[in-house]
Design a protein around this ligand. Structure first.
Ligand code: DGJ
Length: 328
């Protein structure tokens, strides 16, 4: 009888572990294909053919502290993610010392060179080095090899954001405390920065941009470390500005529902276009348990707003989303 019960429990557990995710549940533990909470913090997502790739900071427990890790996951539906491994396992590349920093990795696919080019924030533990690092790979799932680091257009760069416009042009957003929020165009091979599009004079980090119905929407978070704050947005007809004043994206007392902006994903389908706000709910003392706050935003005519978080499903073919458990 006991053995029978153990077998049944094992089968049930196994089914639970490998069950498909039927929805995206903002702020909840998000199991990957192995039933393990996704480790892709401060991340970025790209789509290649019909597959999405999600790269982010790997912060699982028990990592060798001599290394920094970037994980990679793939998905065809944005709800179920397959762990493809750690595509970066890097030792201190520039003698940065104890507790050096690699944060917010973003990967771009460069068609002419057929290389996957990763940008990340590279820093010393006191955040004074303030540079971007670049690593490249021939395949989306690595391994990525470190190439170099630099200050984009000689500016300090901490949080970085990724934006690829509808015409495929690749941009980097970076935060430069003293001046504001830079939006820069990458060079043809993506290995350097070609020119500045805008310097948005606002002390913001966690920069994210989406191009929606002819308007650019830029989101940023205030500079409050790991603590959430009311994130804000501005719009412009051109990446070169001028940008409107910044306005709240959610009721300010919710501090962006406890999250910090990381990216805006645009899902263009046959029936609709959904823009998803992708935020990190940081847990600095237990980073492995930091959560993801994804919310389909209300957007259009210069307005952007995060409705209250709730579980939702997304259909990447039609572009439609709906609340989970809804019968409509
Ligand atoms: C806020 C940033 O957005 C995070 O990426 C991280 O750098 C923390 N600050 C560190 O305090």
């Amino acid at each position: 009888m006991k053995r029978y019960l153990i077998t049944i429990t094992a089968i049930l557990l196994n089914t639970a572990l490998f069950a498909q995710n039927k929805a995206i549940d903002p702020g909840a533990v998000w199991p990957d294909n192995n039933g393990v909470h996704i480790q892709a913090h401060g991340g970025g997502i790209i789509k290649i053919k019909n597959l999405y790739y999600w790269y982010g900071e790997e912060r699982r427990k028990g990592l060798d502290t001599n290394y920094r890790y970037v994980s990679c996951y793939s998905s065809s539906d944005l709800m179920n993610w397959k762990f493809l491994g750690d595509v970066v396992k890097m030792q201190d590349p520039e003698n940065l010392g104890y507790r050096w920093i690699l944060e917010r990795p973003k990967v771009y696919y460069n068609k002419p060179t057929k290389k996957y080019v990763m940008y990340f924030h590279l820093d010393t533990r006191n955040y004074k080095y303030a540079r971007v690092g670049i690593a490249v790979s021939d395949k989306p799932d690595g391994d990525f090899t470190f190439v170099k680091s630099f200050r984009p257009l000689e500016h300090e760069s901490r949080d970085i954001g990724q934006f690829i416009d509808d015409d495929g042009t690749a941009y980097l957003v970076f935060e430069d405390r003293a001046l504001g929020f830079h939006i820069v165009k990458l060079s043809d091979d993506y290995l350097s920065v070609e020119k500045e599009m805008s310097l948005v004079k606002a002390p913001l980090e966690g920069g994210a941009i989406v191009h929606y119905n002819g308007l650019y929407y830029a989101i940023g978070s205030a500079l409050t470390g790991w603590n959430p704050n009311p994130n804000k947005y501005a719009t412009s007809k051109s990446l070169e500005g001028p940008w409107t004043a910044f306005k709240d994206i959610a009721p300010p007392q919710t501090n962006t529902y406890g999250s910090q902006s990381t990216m805006l994903i645009k899902v263009v389908g046959s029936k609709s276009t959904t823009v998803i706000f992708m935020g990190d709910q940081w847990r600095p003392k237990s980073q492995w348990d930091s959560r993801y706050l994804w919310i389909p935003v209300e957007i259009g005519d210069g307005k952007l707003w995060l409705p209250e978080p709730q579980p939702f499903t997304i259909n990447v073919k039609t572009g439609e989303f709906k609340p989970a458990n809804s019968n409509h």
